[in-house]
Design a protein around this ligand. Structure first.
Ligand code: ATP
Ligand code: MG
Length: 361
C-alpha cells in the first residue's frame, strides 16, 4: 500500500510557533525522509468559511499567507503538493455522502468541536457546516487515501471520526477507503503548545500567538511580556517550571547547542530548571535566553519567506500545480466511491443493461 500524507491548516491567520512544533516541523522531516509516495498539504479555506462565512476577504487574504508560511518552513513543492481545498470539488461531494454515515449525537460528542463551540460563543447559533466539519475533514483525508496525518492533539477526535466513517463505508459498500493514523509530535508539550498567556492552546482565534512571520522586535516584546510563575517575585525565590510557559517553550525549542551558544553556564535544560526551582535565576534572564533560541529558529524561516514574498508569481504557480495534482487524485477516489455506492450511472452501459435485463425477466 502507498504511504500518503494529508494534513492542512485553516487560512484564518498566519501560522504560529504552535503550528511549527505541533505539525509543520514534523511535516518537513517526513517530507525529507523519502519514505512517502505522495504528500498533500491542504489550505482548508472551505473549512475556514464554516465559521467565517461573513468574512470571505479574510480567508482569501490568508490563503497566500499560509502558503508563504509553508514554503518558509521548508515545505518543498517538488515533494509536497500545496492545495487550495475549495478548488477540489470532489471533496464536497464526498462530504455529502459521508454525512449520511454519521449521527447528530456522534458529532455532538466530539470534544474538540464542543470546546470550539464554547470558545466561539456559538450557543445555539452554530452554523451547520461548522458543526459537521469533522465529516468534511474525513472527506479530505480519505479523498487522498491518506495513511498518515501529522497533527496536534486537538485533531485526534477528527482522525477517530474519519476512521469510523472509513469502517462504516467499507462495511456497507465494500473495501474502498483507507483508514488514517495520526502522527503526533514526540514532545507532549508540542502536541498542544500553550499560548504566551499561559492559559490555553496557542491559537489564531485567541490572540496569544508568536507568529512565524513576526519581526525580531515583535518576538522580543511578546517573549518579554510572557506569563511566568506569579509567585516568583524576587530572583532568590524558588520558582515553578511546571505551568510556566517560558519553560514549556524551552522544552519544545531549546537544544543543548543553544546552551553552549547563548547560556554556557548550564549544560542543558534540566540544569537550568533545577536552578530556577531552587531560586536564584531571574525571569528576565530566562526570557532573554528563550528569545535567543526562538530567533535562532525563526531567522532562517524569515529569510525564506522574504524570498517567496518577492516571488509571488512562483508561489501562485506552486498552488495551481498542487491543486491540479490534488484534483487528479481526489477524482480517482470519487470514481471508486461512486462505483461502490452504485451511483456511477454514466461510467459505462451497465446501468442501462441492468434495467433492460430486469424488464426482460
Ligand atoms: P483556529 O483558531 O482558526 O482554529 P488554529 O491555531 O487552531 O486556528 P488550525 O488551522 O485549526 O490552527 O490547526 C492546524 C494544525 O495545527 C492542526 O494540526 C492543529 O492540531 C495544529 N495546531 C494548532 N495549534 C496548535 C498548538 N498550539 N500546538 C500544537 N499544534 C497546534
Ligand atoms: Mg483550530
Amino acid at each position: 500500500m502507498k504511504k500518503i500524507i494529508l494534513t492542512g491548516d485553516r487560512p484564518t491567520g498566519n501560522l504560529h510557533i504552535g503550528h511549527y512544533v505541533g505539525s509543520l516541523k514534523r511535516r518537513v522531516e517526513l517530507q525529507n525522509s523519502g519514505k512517502y509516495d505522495e504528500i498533500y498539504i491542504l489550505i482548508a479555506d472551505a473549512q475556514a468559511l464554516t465559521d467565517n462565512a461573513e468574512n470571505p476577504q479574510k480567508i482569501r487574504d490568508n490563503v497566500m499567507n499560509v502558503a508563504l508560511d509553508y514554503l518558509s518552513v521548508g515545505l518543498d513543492p517538488n515533494k509536497s503538493n500545496i492545495v487550495i481545498q475549495s478548488s477540489v470539488p470532489a471533496l464536497t461531494e464526498l462530504n455529502m455522502y459521508y454525512l449520511n454515515l454519521v449521527t447528530v449525537s456522534r458529532v455532538q460528542r466530539n470534544p474538540t468541536v464542543k470546546q470550539e463551540i464554547k470558545q466561539k460563543d456559538f450557543e445555539t447559533s452554530i452554523p451547520v457546516g461548522f458543526f459537521t466539519y469533522p465529516i468534511s475533514q474525513a472527506a479530505d483525508i480519505t479523498a487522498f487515501l491518506a495513511t498518515d496525518i501529522p497533527v496536534g492533539d486537538d485533531q485526534l477526535p477528527m482522525i477517530e471520526q474519519a476512521t469510523e466513517i472509513v469502517n462504516k463505508f467499507n462495511s456497507i459498500y465494500g473495501e474502498t477507503l483507507v483508514a488514517p493514523k495520526a502522527l503526533l509530535s514526540e514532545n507532549v508539550s508540542s502536541q498542544r503548545l500553550v499560548g504566551i498567556d499561559g492559559k490555553a492552546k496557542m491559537s489564531k482565534s485567541l490572540n496569544n500567538c508568536i507568529y512565524l512571520c513576526d519581526s525580531s522586535e515583535v518576538v522580543r516584546q511578546k517573549v518579554m511580556s510572557m506569563y511566568t510563575d506569579p509567585n516568583h517575585l524576587k530572583v532568590e525565590d524558588p520558582g515553578n517550571t511546571k505551568d510556566n510557559p517560558v519553560f514549556t517553550y524551552l522544552s519544545c525549542f531549546a537544544k543543548d547547542e543553544h546552551f553552549t551558544k547563548y547560556l554556557p553556564e548550564y549544560k542543558n535544560l534540566d540544569e537550568m530548571k533545577a536552578h530556577y526551582e531552587r531560586g536564584g535565576l531571574g525571569d528576565v534572564k530566562c526570557k532573554k535566553f528563550l528569545y535567543a533560541v526562538l530567533e535562532d529558529i525563526l531567522t532562517p524561516i524569515r529569510e525564506k519567506r522574504k524570498y517567496y514574498e518577492e516571488h509571488l508569481d512562483e508561489v501562485y504557480e506552486i498552488l495551481r500545480k498542487g491543486t491540479v495534482n490534488a484534483n487528479k487524485k481526489a477524482n480517482e477516489t470519487l470514481k471508486m466511491v461512486r462505483k461502490a455506492m452504485k451511483i456511477n450511472y454514466f461510467d459505462d452501459d451497465s446501468f442501462l443493461n441492468e434495467v433492460k435485463n430486469k424488464k426482460a425477466q
